[in-house]
Design a binder for this molecule. Structure first.
Ligand SMILES: *Cc1c(COP(=O)(O)O)cnc(C)c1O
Length: 399
């Protein structure tokens, strides 16, 4: 692939992507696409985005040589892209800044979002506070109960959290409710989607905002590691941290791109979230992609120890990268991710998010099979403080 220019003008990555929404939203999406087309190359927009990433988020995040862990594994050198050091503790804020700057320029006064574990809700509430806009976050009532600390965080930041009581009372129900709100309030409301999913132009737009991650790596790796990596590895929930680090490397043909899906209790059980490895092509969240659904077309309940990977679909660009062969997608189960979490804590003094621990586990699997002069760059998408209770519970410890 020499010059990669997807999606096409209708938002397709091959047969994936597109825009499957109700009539009422067609106009809103047209308006968003036009605004994004206009501002994405606008120097003033770019300047403000870069300024916020530097002064509010704390970018650039460094790349770090996990030297002790690499030595212990006895093979390739593992490097970490430190998105855990960002304000709010993960990569999600990069995208939220981009979208709220766009909302402001479009004259929108109200922000809505949906969240599962609450991480995207917190990132959205953070930027809404920063810009003084009203913020409403939809969250399944089951998730509200499970993620009480994040609900309180959002409230501290001034957001209204609306518990959704329909269906399984989790992420997919919150998604439907957010869409319904947008249809009703489309005049003054901007919908901030948290990953590279949703109808066109969201998958492209979120990727573009997140690709600051990979662009920094392309600059940093030759300086700090002496050259570009041989492998780039990232966890895939919806796929935004992975697209953010993959995208600038797509045209570097000798860099292998490896996405890592959540295998939960194993993809031979119903309890996983591996849409690319075990899903079928369908429509979810306004785009065509791989989804986990049953024979009757009902979206399946998913499971992962990391709430952020617990999503029954995946961004359409990953579906394309998989089918085209440009990226490959591995599966890591709960127990293996937990093991990598503990190793990273003890050997490197870094507590990774459980999402990122899936990518770390995959790198730990690869490293011993490679020679010591190979480089694996892992996107450490977030920090693990939020996951302490989950890890403790798994180890039979009550905090
Ligand atoms: C939300 C989240 C993810 C998964 O989302 P993507 O869109 O796939 O990146 C991964 N890591 C962390 C730390 C998260 O908070």
């Amino acid at each position: 692939m020499k010059s990669y220019t997807l999606p096409d003008s209708t938002g397709h990555f091959g047969k994936f992507g597109g825009s499957f929404v109700s009539e009422t939203l067609v106009h809103a999406l047209d308006e968003l696409r036009e605004a994004y087309d206009r501002y994405k190359n606008d120097p003033e927009f770019q300047r403000e985005f870069a300024y916020e990433l530097k002064h509010f988020v704390g970018r650039p995040s460094p790349v770090y040589h996990a030297r002790r862990w690499s030595e212990q594994l006895g093979g390739a050198q593992i490097w970490l892209k430190r998105e855990d050091l960002n304000h709010t503790g993960a990569h999600k804020v990069n995208n939220c800044i981009g979208q709220i700057l766009l909302a402001k320029r479009m004259g929108k006064t109200r922000i809505i979002a949906e969240t599962g574990a609450g991480q995207h809700g917190v990132a959205t509430a953070t930027v809404a506070a920063r810009y003084g806009l009203e913020c409403v976050v939809y969250m399944g009532s089951e998730d509200v109960r499970r993620q009480a600390a994040n609900v309180y965080r959002m409230k501290l930041l001034g957001a209204t959290v609306v518990p959704v009581e329909s269906g399984s009372r989790t992420l997919k129900d919150a998604l439907n409710e957010a869409m319904r709100d947008w249809v009703t309030n489309v005049e003054n409301t901007f919908y901030i989607i948290g990953t590279v999913a949703g109808p066109h132009p969201y998958p492209m737009m979120v990727r573009d905002f997140q690709c600051v991650i990979g662009e920094e790596c392309i600059e940093q790796m030759p300086v700090d590691a002496g050259r570009q990596p041989d492998y780039v590895v990232a966890a895939v929930g919806g796929g935004s941290n992975a697209m953010g680090i993959f995208y600038p490397y797509i045209n570097h043909a000798d860099v292998e791109l490896v996405g890592v899906e959540a295998g939960g209790h194993g993809i031979d059980t119903p309890e996983h979230a591996a849409s690319l490895n075990a899903g079928v092509v369908g429509v979810l969240h306004g785009n065509r992609t791989y989804v986990l659904q049953d024979a009757a077309g009902q979206i399946q309940a998913t499971h992962s120890i990391s709430a952020g990977l617990d999503y029954p679909g995946v961004g359409p660009e990953h579906a394309w990268l998989k089918d085209s062969g440009r990226a490959r997608y591995e599966v890591v189960n709960d127990d293996e991710a937990l093991q990598a979490f503990h190793h990273c804590c003890r050997v490197e003094g870094i507590m990774p998010a459980l999402e990122s621990s899936h990518a770390l586990a995959c790198a730990a699997r690869m490293a011993p099979t490679l020679s010591a002069d190979k480089i694996i760059l892992v996107n450490l998408s977030g920090r693990g403080d939020k996951d302490m209770h989950t890890v403790a519970e798994f180890s039979g410890i009550s905090l």
